[in-house]
Design a protein around this ligand. Structure first.
Ligand SMILES: Nc1ncnc2c1ncn2[C@@H]1O[C@H](COP(=O)(O)OP(=O)(O)OP(=O)(O)O)[C@@H](O)[C@H]1O
Ligand SMILES: [Mg+2]
Length: 459
C-alpha cells in the first residue's frame, strides 16, 4: 500500500514538473488560456470542493474568528485522530496558559458528519521575501475538503455544527472570573476556588435538590421563553457563620461554569449606580450579595452592625443615611431585580446570603425574587462523613458512632468540624484528628449546657 502511494506521489510530481516546463515554453497569452482549460478539466475530473479558512483576514489583517473557532474545534477532535500534533501554550488573558494541541502543518484528518466524509488539513505558506511586517510572516490556513454532492449539507449544517461545538468547548475551558465593584465599575480577577459540590458537606438529599434545580435552570432557556419569564433564578442561602454559604456559591459557579459578580452594596452610592452595575453584568453569571441584612437596613439594627463590624456599613432604606450620602434603598434593589433584569438577557443567577433569615423583609425574599431558599446548617453525621473522607481519606472508623452521638447532642458548624479534622502537623494521624474533634465536641456540649443552666438560673 505504501509502495503504491509512493509511486503515485512520484508520478504526480513528474506530471507537475512536465506541466510547469510546458507552461514556461508558452507565450504569456497562451499560458492564460491553458490555465483556464486545465482548471476546467480538473473541475470535471476532481469532484471535491475545498474551502480555505485563513488565520488573518480583511484589509487590517484581523485574526479570523472562524479560524480560531476551527482551531478550537479541531484541537478537541484532532487529538484523537491526527498522527502528528503541534503543542503550543496559548496565552489567554488573566494568566491562563493552557496547552493547546492542534494538527500539525500539512497533516490531514478525516471525520464523518451524518455519514459524510470530511477532510481537514492545516497549511502554512512561508513567503520568500524577508520584508518587515507587524504580522507573522507565515500565513496559516485550514482547508476543508468534501464531495460536491454534499455542498449544502456541509455549508449549512456542518459548518454551523463546527462553530457551535467550538463555542461549547470554549465555554467549558474558559477561565472563570470573579468581579468586584468599585463605584460604577467592575474589575475582575481569575476565579480559582476549589469548592465543588462533592466537597460540600451537607445533607445529601438537600445537595441533590440544589444540583437538580441548577441543572433544570441551565437547560431551561426555551421553557422560560415559553412561560414568558426572564431566564433568571434567585437563591437565598441562610444559616449560621461557617456553614458553607460562600463555599456553596463557589461550588455553584464551578458547576455551572458561570462568572461571579460579588456585589458589595455598601460601596454603591445610590440606586442609579446600582442599576448601572447590574446592567453591566454578563449572562452566564452569578450575582452575589453577601450578608444582605447588613447591606440594607431591613432590621433596624444598622447602628449595632456599624459598631460591631466596621466594614459592614448599613444603608438606610429611607434615603436619610447620615454619612457619605449612601442612598441604595430596598425598593431600589427590588426595582432593579424585577425591572432591568427581566429586560436585559438571561441566564443569570442572583444569590443573597444572610445569617439572620428571620430579619429579612418578606418583600425581598418572596418567591419570584428569591425562588429557592436553601438552609445551610450545623454539621450532621452525613456531612461529617463527607468531611472525614475529604480531609482524612477514611470512610469508616470505630470512633464514628461516638462522633455521630455527639453531633446529635451539640451544634458545631462544618467549618469547625473541618478545622478539627485537619491534621496540624506531619505526625498527627487519623486517630489523633478524630480525638481532637471528639474533644472539641465535648467542650462545645459542656459550654452549651453551662449556658443553658445560667439562663435557667437567671429566670
Ligand atoms: N458545608 C461545608 N462543607 C465543607 N466545608 C465547609 C462547609 N462549611 C464551611 N466549610 C469550611 O469552612 C470555611 C468557611 O465556610 P464559608 O465561608 O463557606 O461559610 P459561610 O457560611 O459563608 O460563613 P459566613 O456566614 O461567615 O460568611 C470554608 O472555607 C470551608 O473550608
Ligand atoms: Mg460567607
Amino acid at each position: 500500500m505504501l509502495k503504491m502511494w509512493t509511486q503515485l506521489g512520484s508520478l504526480m510530481a513528474s506530471a507537475m514538473f512536465i506541466y510547469a516546463m510546458f507552461m514556461r515554453l508558452l507565450p504569456p497569452p497562451l499560458q492564460a488560456h491553458v490555465k483556464k482549460y486545465t482548471h476546467k478539466f480538473t473541475k470535471l475530473v476532481y469532484p471535491y470542493i475545498r474551502i480555505t479558512f485563513h488565520e488573518f483576514t480583511g484589509e487590517r489583517l484581523m485574526r479570523s474568528e472562524a479560524y480560531t473557532a476551527i482551531q478550537t474545534y479541531l484541537s478537541e477532535n484532532s487529538s484523537q485522530k491526527a498522527a502528528r500534533l503541534k503543542a503550543e501554550m496559548v496565552k489567554v488573558k488573566d494568566t491562563h496558559t493552557p496547552l493547546i494541541l492542534s494538527i500539525d502543518d500539512n497533516e490531514e484528518i478525516m471525520e464523518e458528519f451524518q455519514g459524510v466524509k470530511i477532510w481537514w488539513s492545516s497549511h502554512k505558506i512561508t513567503p520568500k521575501t524577508n520584508t518587515f511586517s507587524a504580522y507573522p510572516d507565515e500565513k496559516r490556513y485550514y482547508k476543508l475538503t468534501f464531495h460536491k454532492r454534499y455542498r449544502s449539507l456541509i455549508i449549512e449544517a456542518y459548518l454551523k455544527h463546527v462553530l457551535e461545538e467550538a463555542k461549547t468547548i470554549e465555554m467549558k475551558n474558559r477561565q472563570l472570573k470573579l468581579y468586584t465593584n468599585s463605584k460604577t465599575r467592575w474589575s475582575h480577577v481569575a476565579l480559582d476556588h476549589p469548592a465543588r459540590f462533592e466537597t460540600l458537606a451537607m445533607k445529601p438529599n438537600k445537595k441533590e435538590e440544589v444540583i437538580n434545580d441548577l441543572v433544570k435552570f441551565k437547560s431551561g432557556k426555551s421553557y422560560y421563553a415559553k412561560i414568558g419569564k426572564a431566564w433568571k433564578r434567585g437563591y437565598l442561602l441562610y444559616g449560621p457563620p461557617g456553614t458553607g454559604k460562600s463555599s456553596m456559591i463557589a461550588a455553584m459557579a464551578n458547576f455551572m461554569n458561570y462568572d461571579v459578580y460579588d456585589l458589595e452594596l455598601t460601596a454603591v452610592k445610590d440606586n442609579s449606580e446600582l442599576r448601572k452595575l447590574l446592567i453591566n453584568t454578563s449572562s452566564k453569571s452569578i450575582i452575589v450579595i453577601e450578608d444582605i441584612d447588613c447591606s440594607l437596613d431591613l432590621t433596624g439594627q444598622r447602628k449595632k452592625k456599624k459598631e460591631g463590624k466596621g466594614s459592614k456599613r448599613g444603608i438606610d432604606e429611607d434615603n436619610s443615611d447620615d454619612e457619605k450620602g449612601i442612598k441604595v434603598t430596598l425598593s431600589g434593589l427590588l426595582n432593579v431585580i424585577d425591572g432591568i433584569w427581566s429586560a436585559c438577557g438571561g441566564e443569570r443567577i442572583i444569590v443573597f446570603t444572610t445569617n439572620f433569615v428571620e430579619k429579612l423583609d418578606p418583600a425581598l425574599i418572596r418567591r419570584g425574587r428569591m425562588d429557592k431558599h436553601i438552609e445551610l446548617s450545623y454539621c450532621c453525621y452525613e456531612a461529617f462523613k463527607l468531611l472525614s473522607k475529604n480531609y482524612l481519606d477514611i470512610e469508616s472508623h470505630n470512633l464514628f458512632p461516638k462522633i455521630d452521638k455527639l453531633l446529635e447532642e451539640t451544634k458545631m458548624t462544618p467549618a469547625d468540624v473541618a478545622e478539627n479534622l485537619m491534621p496540624k502537623s506531619l505526625n498527627e494521624d487519623v486517630d489523633t484528628c478524630l480525638h481532637n474533634l471528639i474533644q472539641a465536641l465535648e467542650m462545645s456540649k459542656e459550654d452549651a449546657e453551662k449556658k443553658q443552666s445560667n439562663v435557667q438560673a437567671t429566670e
